[in-house]
Design a protein around this ligand. Sequence first.
Ligand code: ADP
Ligand code: MG
Length: 686
Amino acid sequence: MWWKEPVTTLKGVGVKKAAELAALNIFSVGDLLEFYPRQGAYLDYAKLKTIKELDVDNSKQIFKATVYQVKNGYGASRRSYTSVTVRDETGYATLYFFGGQRYKAQKLKPDTVLQITGRVRQGRTTKSVSEVDVQPLEQDEGKTPGIVPVYALSGNLTQKNLRTWISEALRLAAEDLPESLPAKVVSQCNLPDRYTALKNIHFPESWEALRRAKQRFVFEELFLLQCGLLYYRQQSHDNREGIKHAADGALVKDVMQGLPFELTAAQQQAWREISLDMQDKKPMHRILQGDVGSGKTVISALALAKAVENGYQGCIMVPTEILAAQHFETLEQYLQPYGVRIALLTGGMRAKARRELLLNLELGLVDVVVGTHALLEEDVRFANLSLTVTDEQHRFGVEQRARLSNKSANAPDVLVMTATPIPRTLALTVYGDLDISVMKGRPPQRKPVRTLCYTDERRREVYAGLVRQVQAGRQAYVVCPLIEESDVLAVHSAQRVYEELKRDFLQDIPCALLHGRLKGAEKDAIMSSFAAGELKVLVSTTVIEVGVNVPNATLMVIENAERFGLAQLHQLRGRVGRGSEQSYCVLLTAADSPEALARLNVLHESEDGFYLAEKDMEQRGAGQLFGLKQHGLPDLRIADIMRDVDVIAQVRQLAQAQLRTPEDWAEIRRLVEMQFGERFNMIFNT
Ligand code: ADP
Ligand code: MG
């Protein structure tokens, strides 16, 4: 098929050009056709003005002119700039470049024809243009009217190269091009067919045709991603019979009534959803997304109780030994008074105790087991497992969850819990194979954490405050972004902060340094002794971000807070405010720009992790969002998860409605593989 042939099969593409295309990730003719122009950068020659026609109202305009001369100079406040005078048949204009832009301007050669955008005002002698963007135009450009694509380039490639080769590839496509969406979806959603869309995204007949083409490709990408996720779900779960639990019985009610608090509205809602799922024959696949401190553990206790009262076993897997120990303690309090037999399984257990526990599990003499990865071992077997819970799920891969769920002859109900707040739209994509329950906010009795933001000058003051907290019997965390000293960045590494604190403030106070390079057992030992209150201050890198609960810790100091995203800062802050005392989170920052401070101030204003995650995404893009990388979301070519919110909701419904018969599934599998190729396995097996 021509689509898969190397680009060198096209006329004019030799080995050298092919290498330059490879730098853009273009290898085959198909890759070339899917190399969409830079959106928002098409040229419309019908709209190009002459210099004389330019308005001088400081509005953004676009025109074509030739470079006349390039000069350097100093502005009013001795700010250096580069000016480029350009001309056409109707007059002269001067373009002004500052800062990093100057370099590009200095390289412009006289007589180069440019397409120029910028804000135009009347200068002293000529029209002056600021906020300039220039594109060199090639010889014959601008002579033919119409909308012309602009591509991102590499090496010595020219716009003309790409336009020529893509036209050539489009000629092949005209004769034979497979559709990449099910035909009924194309017609139902009134999308342009694939060839028309490809043609118009590269060489639009009109702005409207371009809009429709782009809409189709955004739709296509998101639809197939969604289908892939559904496909994965169907593949990995549907072979075994599910387990039907009865409506909430005596044990669930007892556990609920025994709680020292009332469930919040959010918890009740989440419990209803989970409870109904468990009562369904279809296996549950649900993610409980709860903000830090929203009270997820008690929900897992109810679900485990429900499994047990139906005569089954349940298990809960967590990423670290210390968390396992904590959950075990908590769940024991909730469940044991009503006769539930609960046990803890960790990697560090003695062989004899382990053997005994495994035997009891297999005989059904243990109802609930709490554990780490140790649960995944081959020899851990259950008598009749009906529920698996995974806490802090981003620490486990899909494959690990599957291994746990395979420990039952039937398909157990699967509940995964995460404290990574991801905006709903994004969650629909990332967790496309899971139903979602969300718990926002925190239980009412719990005081909000007071968040303060200071510049570095006040560090010693903050440390003095830390000493006072410790003297009052509380504990504190100090978190630093990096472990290694870096001269360039001058980041306070955990090591340096630790030494400084020890020397100047905490001479007689037990404290420890915790970082990712320590062995698992060392980390656990430090965490346990902090949890036990023996260590008063924990200086650490971000390894503490996951789930530990030390109610006596009331102060969280975060060094170089400007280096963290809002969502991650919020996650860190969630480590305090877990007891009855007022807690504080102090953000120290080396940045003193108003923007940096304003950004951090958002944390002072909000304790809503979902809101903060959304802000984070606005500020830094979805790719930077904390916790997202672990989910293996593929890079999208043209869709944008923030912008295309509505499309995501639409494709999710459509994808579900489409996939009915085995033939549907087979077709979708083919289309998903065509779209994501090699990435397919990577996406679905993370
Ligand atoms: P997370 O969702 O971060 O895992 P936890 O389950 O550890 O949160 O709960 C945080 C704290 O809130 C615990 O100390 C728990 O006892 C308490 N808690 C949970 N639900 C409620 C509630 N409805 N009312 C009051 N306190 C609650
Ligand atoms: Mg938790």
